[in-house]
Design a protein around this ligand. Structure first.
Ligand SMILES: C[S@@+](CC[C@H](N)C(=O)[O-])C[C@H]1O[C@@H](n2cnc3c(N)ncnc32)[C@H](O)[C@@H]1O
Length: 315
């Protein structure tokens, strides 16, 4: 056993309870807005749980998207090396540092505030982030997760609280009725698990739906010569008409149903399969099998050009 003091836990720290969240909001004259998905956590046990399930520790540099009034930030700060908090609402961004200074002065130096729209953030100050931990605004939760996994390869783990339905969709497996574009794209970057459910009563104001915790662990993307963009375009096309067999659903993506069929056969996939049955590795194989130089063309041009294009290459 080490003689060193154990790493501080969120349990020891000053956290915000329901009364403090409301008081703080009142003092800052912040009325929560739907536009920015502002449902603040008013339950200290929930933020402790998020930090615990995230599995972050003293070496972690955590990005928190949407710190709001600071409920989760205050639970993260005692536990991790640094928190970089990205907040779009200038009223909240302007107050966060002061909140931390007054409640946890010992951790104030660990906080870095970035006042910005998280969807535009592709670089962050300070050391590379190792984790994303956030209670995300519901309307942009999937784009935020995908964008941070794309732009920050140093992020190894993600724990986000999102609308339960979105959490289930992110963690869904092929064949499941909630499996869709978010599930396949998230699986490109990470192994994804539903890590818990959270009732709506831990928020102020309470949303109309329950929430879920989603845990993502970075993995190596499927091996393919196709670019991520190409694979993602193929996924988008397949799910645009999710009940359709891929031969038809991928027709415009490939140039024609015949070309789609050829790419599917070359990838070893039955052309009558539906996208909802395939995992991300299968989409990577299809994108790889697509004829080179192929571009999405309007239907008329596609019909005219059909006979003149070169055949789809074999596997
Ligand atoms: C669900 S609240 C969570 C607040 C706080 N983390 C908590 O748990 O109480 C979402 C937060 O994200 C912020 N937000 C919304 N859209 C954003 C964006 N595009 N970029 C950064 N922050 C955003 C909101 O202003 C709000 O503070």
């Amino acid at each position: 056993m080490s003689k060193k003091d154990p790493a501080p836990q969120a349990d020891d720290a000053a956290l915000l309870g329901a009364a403090q969240v409301r008081e703080l909001a009142e003092r800052l004259e912040v009325r929560p807005t739907k536009q920015w998905g502002q449902n603040f956590v008013v339950d200290a046990n929930t933020v402790r749980k998020i930090v615990r399930v995230a599995g972050v520790g003293p070496d972690d540099v955590v990005v928190e998207v949407g710190p709001g009034l600071g409920s989760l930030t205050l639970a993260l700060l005692p536990v991790v090396r640094r928190v970089t908090a990205v907040e779009v609402d200038p009223r909240l961004a302007g107050a966060l540092e002061e909140t931390v200074r007054s409640l946890q002065p010992e951790n104030a130096a660990k906080l870095r505030l970035v006042a910005a729209d998280a969807l535009t953030v592709t670089k962050l100050p300070g050391p590379d982030p190792t984790a994303l931990v956030a209670n995300l605004p519901y309307n942009i939760s999937v784009p935020v997760v995908l964008s941070f996994l794309q732009h920050f390869p140093s992020i190894e783990r993600v724990l986000v609280m999102v609308q339960l339905e979105v959490a289930e969709r992110l963690a869904a497996r092929p064949g499941n009725k909630t499996y869709g574009v978010p599930s396949v794209k998230a699986a490109w970057y990470a192994d994804v698990e539903l890590a818990g459910r959270v009732g709506r009563n831990v928020f102020w104001p309470a949303p109309n739906v329950d929430s879920g915790l989603v845990s993502l662990r970075r993995r190596t993307p499927p091996e393919t010569t196709a670019s991520r963009e190409d694979v993602f375009r193929c996924i988008d096309a397949a799910f645009l008409q999710r009940r359709k067999a891929l031969r038809g659903a991928l027709a415009s993506w490939a140039g024609s149903p015949d070309r789609a069929e050829a790419a599917l056969v070359a990838a070893g996939i039955d052309p009558l399969t539906r996208g909802e049955q395939l995992d991300v590795a299968a989409f990577a194989r299809i994108a790889e099998a697509r004829p080179e130089g192929q571009v999405d063309t309007p239907p008329r041009a596609r019909r005219r050009g059909r006979e003149t294009r070169s055949p789809v290459p074999g596997p």
